[in-house]
Write a protein that binds this ligand. Structure first.
Ligand code: FES
Length: 129
């Protein structure tokens, strides 16, 4: 069973949004649209396992070209989640499986400890588990 995050139209090109799909009281997941493609990541920096954003929905650099961890300034590529600058250089954000259903961005359930990868545009997302 998948969890609805938001209508896809609310995820605007070059912007990001945070979500609390499990109702824990903080955004544990964020999504972005870059080059027309949607990605969903766990809101956890590979450096110290802390949330990335500096305030609600602010995960991207001012030009929208990088995901930023505001703790120590690590920079990640928006489509792969690879760290290209900072203390976790070469590591990756955890990409989460998702799909579009009736115009909604849906988060697929993840296995505890499982690592999921999203590389496909918009439609169906493969996992490597
Ligand atoms: S916790 Fe993200 S760069 Fe240090």
């Amino acid at each position: 069973m998948a969890i609805a995050l938001c209508p896809l139209e609310q995820l605007v090109e070059g912007q990001s949004r945070g979500f609390d799909p499990h109702g824990v009281g903080s955004d544990t997941v964020f999504a972005l649209r870059h080059g027309g493609l949607v990605r969903v990541y766990s809101n956890s920096c590979p450096h110290l396992d802390v949330p990335l954003e500096y305030r609600k929905d602010r995960y991207l650099s001012a030009d929208g070209q990088r995901i930023i961890c505001y703790a120590h300034g690590a920079q990640f590529l928006p489509l792969s989640g690879e760290c290209v600058y900072g203390p976790c250089l070469g590591e990756r954000l955890q990409a989460l499986a998702h799909h579009i259903e009736d115009g909604w961005l849906m988060l697929e359930h993840s296995k505890p400890g499982g690592r999921e990868v999203s590389r496909s545009p918009i439609h169906r997302i493969r996992t490597c588990d």
